[in-house]
Design a binder for this molecule. Structure first.
Ligand SMILES: *[C@@H]1O[C@H](CO)[C@@H](O)[C@H](O)[C@H]1NC(C)=O
Ligand SMILES: *[C@@H]1O[C@H](CO)[C@@H](O)[C@H](O)[C@H]1NC(C)=O
Ligand SMILES: *[C@@H]1O[C@H](CO)[C@@H](O)[C@H](O)[C@H]1NC(C)=O
Ligand SMILES: *[C@@H]1O[C@H](CO)[C@@H](O)[C@H](O)[C@H]1NC(C)=O
Ligand SMILES: *[C@@H]1O[C@H](CO)[C@@H](O)[C@H](O)[C@H]1NC(C)=O
Ligand SMILES: *[C@@H]1O[C@H](CO)[C@@H](O)[C@H](O)[C@H]1NC(C)=O
Length: 447
């Protein structure tokens, strides 16, 4: 009951913000040239109604608590200013709220450069992934497509959907079940539907050779609302005493099967038995008091409790980001926020994913790459690689990580102008979508 009333309140508040911002539209036209966005009006069954079913899928999770603050979740503590219990799957709400503040919203689809579909695709997917529509997974998206064909069809027809974009806040893997798999193995087929081939989808992770989707940062728990709050956090990150060489916050790797998580656990166990080669580093003046720390996040205990892992990450020089069920991790972005240099073990974990936010050609400047095969089957020790990096180089890398911080965080809606002047993950996602749409429309790449 409590959950239901929260949701209703939330929906009402959401709607009123929506009406307010659309009527309050003012913009300097020259600055908006080439960047006008029209937000498609969709019936509430495609977005807000989905929120009232937040407790329908106990097998997944009851996500009612994470709807608060337009998808940021509740604050971690009463007096916390910038930290929330954010669930990354709520990116669709968070993005929707933020786009209402976009300075170049247009009331006219005919003259807009891009059309945003405020469809909560990931939340709607739950009934196929975990609910009674499992065997109809090939139908995910067809109802939306029918609507777009029936209502103001000219908006779609202008470019056959090539100028449309939406957020699908799950890995693309969850949306790319081949249409002929009957019954489905896992996932809906919305990215496999020819009807949607032209639409740009912003996902939490893309497939290795994506056409439709682009991966954008997983939301973290940090959502500052003004420049002072962000700068005070950056100051804390800079001053942090990093007494641990490397940290891994996560689960898995506990079975005996050889994989990268298992190797990491092994190495950490050995390094705490103090007489491995790494223990020598604790006795010299490099300031290290611990080589490796594991934050046990098994069974999702860390998911909505950033304090559990942010503190160890602030105290560590390197953050290990091994692939798990899928190659990307929210932890990559948590670690960057802590000024903790990411260590990747495969390119699909970030380099071939987040090109709009983390410049592909600069990975060597802000991250370490250790191919997982070298570790798992050739006995290369992660500790040895990391200890081999020169201290000045480490300092330079950390500075680069800190510089990237504003690009991968989602600031709070309604932020001050000072903070809004810095491009955050949302701004870069919108900019990337518009550029992509422009190039595809110009090239006539309609499928
Ligand atoms: C919410 O759940 C009910 C019961 O399962 C279902 O009938 C309804 O269609 C759902 N609403 C949406 C918008 O999915
Ligand atoms: C947009 O164009 C369509 C037909 O091309 C027209 O019916 C509609 O009235 C136009 N809308 C606006 C807001 O100008
Ligand atoms: C899907 O179909 C399979 C058999 O084809 C059946 O065993 C299963 O119960 C169905 N699942 C749902 C959720 O209806
Ligand atoms: C850990 O120590 C054991 C026993 O000393 C050794 O066999 C194993 O190779 C070590 N693993 C790593 C990753 O160093
Ligand atoms: C650690 O020390 C013990 C005895 O003190 C020795 O048996 C063991 O082989 C050593 N392990 C490593 C990895 O050096
Ligand atoms: C401390 O140990 C590390 C790792 O072995 C090494 O790179 C560094 O040069 C050492 N520092 C001193 C002052 O010996």
């Amino acid at each position: 009951m409590a959950c239901k009333s929260t949701t209703l309140f939330f929906s009402f508040f959401f709607l009123s913000t929506l009406l307010y911002s659309q009527s309050d539209l003012e913009s300097d036209t020259s600055e908006c040239k080439g960047r006008w966005i029209y937000i498609r009006e969709l019936p509430s069954r495609f977005n807000l109604d989905l929120l009232s079913n937040c407790s329908n899928y106990p097998i997944y999770t009851n996500f009612c608590p994470y709807l608060a603050n337009h998808g940021l979740g509740h604050k971690t503590h009463k007096n916390s200013h910038s930290w929330y219990r954010t669930d990354p799957f709520m990116l669709e709400l968070l993005f929707h709220r933020r786009i209402l503040e976009y300075p170049c919203l247009s009331p006219n689809p005919n003259t807009s450069d891009a059309i945003f579909l405020p469809y909560y695709a990931g939340l709607d997917a739950l009934r196929y992934l975990y609910g009674s529509d499992f065997n109809s997974s090939a139908e995910h998206g067809l109802e939306l497509f029918r609507f777009l064909q029936q209502d103001s069809k000219h908006i779609w027809d202008r470019n056959d959907g090539l100028d449309h974009f939406l957020v699908m806040a799950r890995p693309a893997w969850d949306f790319s079940q081949p249409l002929m798999n009957d019954p489905p193995i896992w996932g809906t087929s919305i990215l496999e539907l020819p009807e949607f081939y032209n639409v740009a989808a912003l996902t939490l992770e893309s497939r290795p050779w994506p056409w439709q989707e682009q991966a954008i940062p997983h939301p973290t728990s940090f959502h500052p609302s003004n420049l002072a709050k962000m700068e005070s956090w950056i100051g804390r990150v800079r001053r942090a005493r990093r007494s641990t060489l490397m940290v891994f916050a996560g689960g898995g790797g506990v079975s005996s099967a050889p994989n990268i998580r298992h190797s990491i656990r092994d190495e950490c166990k050995n390094s705490s038995n103090s007489n491995s080669s790494s223990s020598s580093s604790s006795s010299n003046s490099s300031g290290l008091s611990k080589v490796c720390e594991i934050v046990d996040c098994s069974n999702g205990v860390c998911e909505h409790d950033p304090i559990l892992y942010m503190k160890p990450m602030l105290q560590s020089t390197f953050c290990l980001q091994p692939p798990g069920d899928t190659p990307t991790r929210r932890s990559t972005f948590d670690g960057i926020l802590a000024g903790c240099i990411p260590v990747f073990f495969e390119e699909l974990s970030a380099k071939s994913q987040f090109g709009w936010h983390l410049p592909e050609e600069q990975y060597g400047e802000f991250s370490v790459f250790i191919p997982k095969e070298e570790v798992v089957s050739k006995g290369l020790r992660i500790v040895d690689v990391l200890l081999g990096i020169d201290k000045n180089e480490v300092r330079r890398m950390r500075e680069r990580v800190i510089e990237l911080m504003p690009r991968i965080m989602y600031r709070r809606h309604g932020s001050s102008l000072g903070l809004s002047a810095k491009k955050d993950a949302f701004d870069l996602a919108v900019e990337g979508s518009i550029n992509r749409i422009k190039s595809r429309v110009t090239a006539g790449l309609s499928v």
